[in-house]
Design a protein around this ligand. Structure first.
Ligand SMILES: [Zn+2]
Length: 98
């Protein structure tokens, strides 16, 4: 690994840490949660870092709202988990194993 690759790799680690920290803060401060989600998505796009799978379902892919009990409804049917966003009224179906 040359020094440029190393620097790039380091930037990605920092970006991932920031994304995780933003989601942690979003849980603590619900009034800033939507802002933190938009920042995390910007960082993820800029550095080509994926948002970790356990955080991926915590916001709406379509409108970017942070999901809490007020903005999300989850229903299970026919082996699929349906995430319904109450803010923009779109849904996401994810298969699951019972
Ligand atoms: Zn939405």
């Amino acid at each position: 690994m040359n020094k440029f690759q190393k620097r790039k790799n380091n930037a990605k680690t920092v970006a991932l840490d920031r994304i995780k920290e933003l989601f942690r803060q979003a849980e603590i401060r619900p009034d800033y949660a939507n802002r933190y989600v938009s920042l995390a998505r910007k960082i993820s796009g800029r550095h080509k870092v994926r948002i970790p799978p356990e955080l991926k379902r915590k916001f709406c892919k379509n409108c970017g709202v942070y999901h809490s009990s007020k903005t999300l409804r989850i229903r299970l049917n026919k082996g699929k988990k349906t995430y319904f966003c109450l803010n923009c009224k779109t849904f996401l179906r994810v298969p699951y194993k019972p």
